[in-house]
Design a protein around this ligand. Structure first.
Ligand SMILES: Cc1ncc(COP(=O)(O)O)c(C=O)c1O
Length: 400
């Protein structure tokens, strides 16, 4: 297999995607961040501190294990990379630890973040508490309601949660507010972005911090089986856990599958299947695929899973899609819920609804996967405790 071209280029482009589409006032801040990140990247002391935190505070490496009963049932091997076992319950903390160390290096005293499911907000609040920094987290009112547990967790950790009532009152709107705040307070404030989205250097930086998932998984899979997986499957909201696990395998003969949210069904228009049906456009500082109408207005996304409920996607995924390096498919709320129950009952693991989308894809595609005797690695990006109320509400509301 030919080696892939390294992206992004020096302008932060992934093919035609990515870049920096921001107000002029933010360009110096993005330049300052790029320089600080490049210096940190080449500083062994930065990596030593980050690695020690990931090991002793976050609990890495996370285990990788064969899901025996699920494998039995499907008739091929399924392995789970257990990002749900990280401190705070999801992969998000891999990135917030890196960005908070960078904020401290840059002498920034105030931290802001956006959050959808609340996992990134909790991870940011946690890292800020650890270093005695003040954090303010923007969260759409809709998400404040459906992720009440995570709101309380952030408050317990000393962060202020700022509800956002504009637009669809979800992650897109929370991100708009966070960017607005950053433009105003750029000298003192570090904006911790939670996925591989936003203007350069964020998509690259978040990918690099999350690539610990794939580095570990590649080694663990080889130790366990003597070979590589045939397929890697991960849910895609903004795209950070998926890019984190894909990246170490990009030059391997391994199929990479990103699973988006089909919500109530693609045909209903109520979904978050950005790559599957989106068009090129600009959102939150970079060019990528987007859900938009014929006039270029951003369309509201829908998913039962707050972490996938975003009308955009990271530019590197748009690039992977266009060059054919990864495949993107979509799973409905209903299919994800069925998988949520199956994994709970078969493996004793209650997955995050986001992660349940990846499990559902494997269940849905079981016939061709069985035929190939596939070895499938699922990135279990988070645990489902935060989703239990949503699942109960949904199922009680849909009782026939
Ligand atoms: C557990 C979990 N998985 C996946 C996601 C989706 O984000 P990303 O695509 O950046 O990994 C989220 C976002 O909140 C999440 O909490």
């Amino acid at each position: 297999m030919a080696m892939m071209k390294e992206v992004p280029d020096e302008r932060g482009r992934y093919g035609s995607f990515g870049g920096r589409y921001v107000p002029e006032t933010l360009i110096p801040a993005l330049d300052e961040l790029s320089v600080a990140y490049e210096q940190a990247k080449h500083d062994p002391a930065f990596h030593q501190e980050l690695d020690a935190l990931l090991k002793d505070y976050v609990g890495r490496p996370t285990p990788l294990r064969r899901a025996d009963r699920l494998s039995e049932k499907l008739g091929f091997d399924v392995y789970l990379k257990r990002e749900d076992l990280n401190h705070t319950g999801a992969h998000k903390i891999n990135n917030t630890m890196g960005q908070i160390l960078l904020a401290r290096r840059m002498g920034k005293s105030r931290i802001i973040a956006e959050t959808g499911a609340g996992q990134h907000g909790v991870a940011t609040a946690t890292a800020a508490a650890l270093f005695g920094l003040k954090a303010q987290v923007y969260m759409g009112e809709e998400d404040v309601k459906r992720q009440a547990l995570n709101v309380y967790r952030m408050q317990l950790l000393g962060a202020e949660v700022i509800p956002v009532s504009s637009g669809s009152k979800t992650l897109k709107d929370a991100t708009n507010e966070a960017i607005r705040d950053w433009v105003t307070n750029v000298r003192t404030t570090f904006y911790v972005i939670g996925s591989v989205v936003g203007p350069h250097p964020y998509p690259m930086m978040v990918r690099d911090f999350q690539s610990v998932i794939g580095k570990e998984a590649r080694q663990q899979f080889q130790n366990l089986t003597g070979t590589l997986p045939t397929h890697i499957v991960a849910p895609v909201g903004g795209g950070s856990n998926s890019m984190g696990v894909f990246y170490a395998f990009r030059n391997d003969p391994v199929a990479l599958i990103g699973v988006e949210a089909a919500g109530s069904g693609i045909e209903t228009g109520k979904h978050a299947a950005t790559i599957t049906v989106g068009m090129k456009g600009i959102l939150h500082g970079s060019l990528s695929y987007l859900l938009q109408d014929d006039d270029g207005q951003i369309m509201p996304a829908h998913s039962i899973s707050a972490g996938l409920d975003y009308p955009g996607v990271g530019p590197e995924h748009a690039y992977f899609h266009d060059i054919g390096r990864a495949r993107y498919d979509a799973i409905t709320d209903k299919e994800a819920l069925a998988a949520f129950h199956q994994l709970s009952e078969l493996e004793g693991i209650i997955p995050a609804l986001e992660s349940a989308h990846a499990v559902a894809w494997v269940i849905k595609e079981q016939d061709p996967l069985r035929e190939q005797q596939a070895r499938v690695l699922i990135n279990l990006s988070g645990r489902g405790d935060k989703d239990i109320d949503s699942v109960r509400d949904y199922e009680e509301g849909h009782h026939d």
